[in-house]
Design a protein around this ligand. Structure first.
Ligand SMILES: *Cc1c(COP(=O)(O)O)cnc(C)c1O
Length: 414
């Protein structure tokens, strides 16, 4: 019997972007020309067509009565939030600053929800005045909202963010289950609901968010089912019928070798069953899922220009004009345990047969500033453009831009 040779895992094909000649196209524009149009490197470019098609793909897979919200912390660029606000059913914000951006984008306040631990008094006041739904995460928030509601003579609209008694299996980042700073433990929720009733806040429903970056459809389905059951149990203690049930999201995208794109069809089937049950047990409720990364992550690129090419003891280093200061997550320093490469290519040499093993590093004086470690890439020279794919989420706004005093990154929506 022969054994198959071990083949190393490879990145999922980054075929969402077209290629013309040797150049990657962003919104139909060849990369080198786009760099001229932007006027500087490094930059992030987000492709409107890809954002639109991703939402359309989700709408096709999910039941029509499930609302799709955009969690804007994934990409808070105002032009992106504007564009997304026109495509989705609601925007989820996690600070007073994000709330301002969402309102500026023209999002319907009725369909904005505000989550996050440690909401400050001033942020809660903004949220009540704006008339958005506040996902309360502590007893303290209910007390503060009571005071604000009286003062402004506007009952705060609240949902309870529940810290569930289960975890999202296989999730890149767990945000529920066990002891967590997020939400209120399921076992304390009945008491919190009593307080909301007592203070006459406007109760609308529940918010459950178990985790992020999950590529296993069955784990996502399981979390959604458990969230639904938990909400149903807790709703027995609610002061009024549930009108809003946010089952979270956590849909992941493939970043690393061996990862595959999420299969939406089992998730669509599962949500169809839950939506049918909701029709009976929560007849007044909107079912909501909230997605950040999945909506925007694959539509974005980080583009940096090669400044220098060095060979050190046999290894080739391409030094580019930006790195972890703009793209912390691609450098591996945003929650990765073992550093792995994001998909990366030389964006103006897409069809080159002349390849080599090279590392792509940023200009910062720290060995952590790596964008690609020993990848197979087209042979590149100073002036060429290195492109990091899967960069539409948790990029610029999640990076320490001032570290080492290099210029800030520019973002464009194409
Ligand atoms: C971060 C976050 C999201 C978005 O997570 P993604 O992995 O980007 O989809 C959604 N909801 C809440 C409450 C979050 O904190």
């Amino acid at each position: 019997m022969t054994t198959l040779a071990h083949t190393p895992p490879i990145h999922a094909a980054m075929d969402q972007f077209a290629v013309a000649g040797d150049q990657l196209l962003v919104g139909g524009i060849p990369l080198c020309r786009l760099a001229e149009q932007v006027g500087q490197t490094p930059f992030y470019a987000y492709d409107r067509g890809l954002l639109r098609s991703r939402v359309a793909e989700l709408r096709a897979a999910l039941p029509g009565n499930v609302e799709l919200h955009y969690a804007m912390k994934a990409n808070p660029m105002p032009a992106v939030v504007d564009f997304m606000a026109g495509l989705v059913d609601g925007i989820d914000v996690a600070s007073g600053g994000e709330l301002k951006t969402a309102l500026d984008a023209g999002a319907n306040p009725q369909k904005i929800s505000f989550a996050g631990p440690g909401k400050r008094q001033a942020e809660l006041r903004q949220a009540v005045a704006a008339g958005v739904l506040i996902n309360v995460e502590s007893f303290r928030e209910v007390d503060i909202l009571d005071g604000i509601s009286r003062e402004l003579q506007l009952p705060a609209r609240v949902a309870v963010r529940v810290n569930p008694d289960f975890e999202l299996k296989g999730s890149g980042m767990k945000m529920g289950g066990g002891p967590k700073q997020f939400g209120v433990d399921a076992e304390q929720v009945p008491e919190l609901l009593g307080l909301i009733d007592d203070r006459k806040l406007s109760f609308e429903g529940f918010h459950l968010f178990a985790g992020s970056q999950n590529l296993k459809a069955e784990s996502i389905c399981e979390a959604q089912q458990k969230s639904f059951e938990l909400a149903l149990n807790l709703s027995r203690h609610a002061p009024s019928p549930v009108r809003f049930l946010n089952l979270g999201g956590g849909f992941g995208i493939p970043y690393f070798p061996g990862e595959r794109r999420l299969d939406l069809s089992p998730i669509g089937d599962n949500l169809r069953q839950l939506a049918a049950r909701a029709g009976q047990v929560f007849p007044h409720a909107a079912l909501v899922i909230e997605l950040g990364r999945y909506l925007v992550g694959e539509a974005g690129l980080y583009v940096a220009r090669i400044v220098d090419r060095k060979v050190s003891r046999g290894q080739t280093f391409l030094v580019v004009d930006g790195g972890l200061n703009h793209h912390l997550s691609a450098s591996g320093n945003f929650g990765q345990v073992i550093r792995k490469n994001y998909p990366l290519a030389i964006g103006n040499r897409m069809h080159s047969d002349n390849t080599e093993t090279a590392s792509v590093v940023g200009p910062l004086c720290t060995p952590l500033d790596i964008l690609a470690e020993r990848m197979n890439l087209a042979v590149a020279a100073p002036g060429d453009l290195a492109v990091v794919f899967q960069s539409g989420a948790y990029g610029a706004s999640a990076s320490p831009q001032r570290f080492l005093g290099h210029p800030e990154v520019v973002e464009v929506l194409v």
